[in-house]
Design a protein. Structure first.
Length: 209
């Protein structure tokens, strides 16, 4: 399979975790500078270290101990062999209460100024508890408020993460009408919203048995 086209100044950031024994991953793309430039090793190291710390601070109190955040990794997509970095660790959630089934997830939508149908950036968070829901299909008002606060702070943390670059979270588009773009397009993420519906991630339940 041929390599994807380079995305100048874009770092692919992956938050690796486990939900009990099932691996999870949340992927972000961070642009280095308003006029994007390749990432230095020092800036990548700062990016993963501070991004992991922000996740633990903002989302750790919202997730039950059955979810554990592992390593956060980054790779500069400017070239096929761009620099990489890792922030290792194993940090379990600290939310008290009876955890919901593994397939239940809270959805955060990350908003850009781009208006089109489908393909918008979202993150699905597992590890919430029964006290977080108001009924079988909806999260409580308190849960939505708390997660909105945490998600907003997490998004804003990328602009104050200590790197020498003006770090900008983006939605990266590589494809248009089933054709790969010659030059990937990055739209800045400006805000977020939390869906009040309890979403489902069926594969987290494991293979049929």
């Amino acid at each position: 399979m041929p390599a994807l086209k380079p995305a100048t100044g874009i770092a692919r950031l992956v938050f690796n975790g486990t939900l009990e024994s099932t691996p999870t991953a949340m992927v972000w793309h961070i642009q280095g500078g308003i006029t994007p430039v390749a990432w230095s090793q020092n800036d990548l190291n700062l990016l993963v270290t501070n991004a992991r710390a922000s996740y633990v601070t903002q989302f750790g109190p919202r997730q039950a101990p059955l979810f554990t955040l592992g390593a956060v990794t980054a790779q500069d997509l400017t070239t096929e062999d761009g620099l990489s970095a890792i922030a290792s660790g194993s940090t379990a959630g600290v939310r008290a209460g009876t955890a919901l089934p593994a397939n239940c997830a809270l959805c955060v939508s990350w908003k850009t100024n781009r208006h089109f149908r489908g393909g918008h950036s979202r993150s699905y968070f597992p590890g919430l508890t029964q006290t977080d829901q108001t009924n079988a299909t909806s999260w409580s008002t308190t849960t939505l408020t708390n997660w909105q606060t945490s998600a907003t702070a997490f998004l804003q943390s990328f602009t104050t993460n200590g790197t020498s670059l003006n770090s900008i979270p983006v939605m990266l588009s590589r494809w248009f009408q089933k054709e790969e773009r010659d030059v990937p397009i990055a739209w800045p993420i400006l805000s977020c919203t939390v869906d009040n519906r309890i979403d489902s991630q069926r594969r987290r339940l494991g293979r049929d048995r």
